[in-house]
Design a protein around this ligand. Structure first.
Ligand SMILES: [Zn+2]
Length: 192
């Protein structure tokens, strides 16, 4: 595939993502996109990066989307998590949830705001955590876990290996060791 053809296909794919993510797509198109991913994963990847890059109004390069509001971006040579609204969470190896505004539901009264009577977890055992973006208060994630359970790290990609070994491209940011830094961050920032 030559460069021109590649650019054209990335562009077509961006249009497709636009329709899919705005839920304007007919169902057969959705299936075609899912099936098409296997044929052309690189085009699919470039298109999704470009799609989000055009949506946000900041300039840092998106390295990998986490969801439709959070992205791993390259900031001053370091991969960090940044929100579409512009809020910066810090090193992507620290679970972004620990920087969120968090609402915890752990009594019947709180559960009943969103669940029908006794269809919620028992507050003696479980709590429901809601993670809100500190920049815009968008609800980013929820988790129902036993009380005291560590914050669930949903997605920690080995991003350097992904670029170098899977995409076979140089990593377009400062290389970092693949490591979960969440506990270290908590240890250094909480004073008892
Ligand atoms: Zn936000």
């Amino acid at each position: 595939m030559n460069e021109e053809e590649k650019v054209k296909r990335v562009e077509q794919r961006i249009q497709l993502l636009e329709r899919l993510l705005q839920a304007k797509s007919p169902i057969d198109e959705v299936f075609r996109v899912i099936a098409g991913d296997k044929e052309d994963p690189e085009i699919a990847f470039d298109a999704i990066i470009e799609y989000f890059q055009r949506k946000v109004n900041w300039k840092e390069k998106i390295l990998l989307p986490i969801n439709d509001h959070l992205f791993i971006v390259c900031k001053d040579g370091k991969p960090i998590v940044k929100a579409a609204c512009g809020y910066e969470f810090g090193d992507f190896r620290v679970n972004w949830k620990v920087f969120c505004k968090i609402r915890v539901r752990r009594n019947t009264e709180d559960y009943l705001e969103i669940y029908p009577w006794w269809q919620h977890a028992h507050p003696y055992f479980m709590e429901l955590r809601e993670y809100y973006c500190p920049g815009c208060y968008k609800l980013l994630a929820t988790e129902a876990v036993p009380i005291g359970h560590p914050v669930v790290f949903e997605f920690l990609p080995d991003i350097v290996t992904f670029y170098e070994k899977w995409l076979k491209r140089p990593f377009p940011c400062g290389k970092v060791e693949f490591k979960d830094l969440t506990n270290e961050y908590i240890k250094n920032s909480i004073k008892i």
